[in-house]
Design a protein around this ligand. Structure first.
Ligand SMILES: C[S@@+](CC[C@H](N)C(=O)[O-])C[C@H]1O[C@@H](n2cnc3c(N)ncnc32)[C@H](O)[C@@H]1O
Length: 252
């Protein structure tokens, strides 16, 4: 797993440029619990959870959660599914997922493995649903030249492990601290999902809610940095707006 993570982490960086290992990667490796605290505050209105559970059939299904992190999606899906495979390159994130799923009495319904999204440890056509939440967007930043290859490899892996007619689901941010989807560097990636891979987009609000502005600054700042903390203070936000897209299609 270490090799897989190093491979992903190094992409787009000069050799020996470890100082630039910051932002999300640092959080995934050293602040998994803080990450979990962040995502527990998201989707306060339940729009995404509802959309996932109402738009896709998870009952009795085999599911893979690619880039599962601390298991946000698996917590919703595992109670309905027959089995959920959680896969991620960051072991610390999966440790939190494992603890949480255990505490929910779901350990018998999940398997957890460190692996790269581009080489899933699953047989061909072995799941009914493949989902990846907020994962492949990183490739756009980690490998500014050639990110398309990584995205294509990851989508191909989803297609390979999912049975024909099963569901492929990719969830990504459309902007944090904004009330409407925001144009940005990820647009070319979203276009690739839609035009090249045939996904259809559905945009939802998944606002964060905190008990106080200070809590919002503390929890959001870990992942989004000082710019976001300033915006929260400036707007006096306890509810931080967030737009999220669910891209989906049936597997060929
Ligand atoms: C923003 S987090 C999302 C986690 C989780 N899906 C959620 O809903 O909160 C991104 C996750 O993708 C994982 N990741 C990034 N690149 C990956 C890759 N190539 N293969 C597997 N996991 C990857 C990271 O380790 C991290 O846990």
């Amino acid at each position: 797993m270490e090799a897989a993570w190093q491979d992903v982490k190094r992409l787009g960086r000069a050799e020996g440029d470890e100082a630039s290992v910051s932002g999300p990667e640092r959080v995934y490796l050293t602040q998994a619990r803080e990450y979990d605290r962040l995502i527990m505050a998201e989707d306060t209105d339940g729009n995404l959870e509802r959309h996932m559970l109402e738009s896709f059939d998870f009952h009795g299904k085999a599911v893979v959660d690619v880039g599962a992190g601390t298991g946000r999606l698996s917590r919703w899906i595992a109670p309905r599914a027959d089995h959920v495979h959680l896969v991620d390159v960051a072991a610390p994130m999966l440790e939190v997922a494992s603890e949480t799923l255990d505490s929910m009495g779901l350990s018998g319904k999940v398997s957890i493995e460190t692996a790269d999204a581009r080489a899933l440890p699953l047989e061909d056509s072995s799941v009914d649903v493949a989902m990846a939440g907020w994962v492949y967007g990183h490739f756009r930043y980690w490998m500014p030249e050639g990110w398309e290859i990584m995205v294509d490899e990851a989508v191909s892996e989803m297609m390979r492990v999912t049975r024909p007619g099963g569901d492929l689901i990719v969830i990504e941010t459309m902007g944090t601290g904004v009330e409407e989807p925001e144009a940005g560097p990820l647009d070319v990636y979203y276009e690739r999902l839609e035009v090249h891979h045939g996904f259809a987009r559905r945009v939802l609000r998944t606002d964060y809610l905190f008990a106080s502005v200070e809590e919002a600054v503390e929890v959001m700042g870990v992942f989004f940095g000082e710019g976001m903390s300033e915006a929260i203070r400036l707007n006096d936000w306890t509810r931080v707006p967030e737009c999220t897209a669910v891209f989906s299609r049936a597997n060929a």
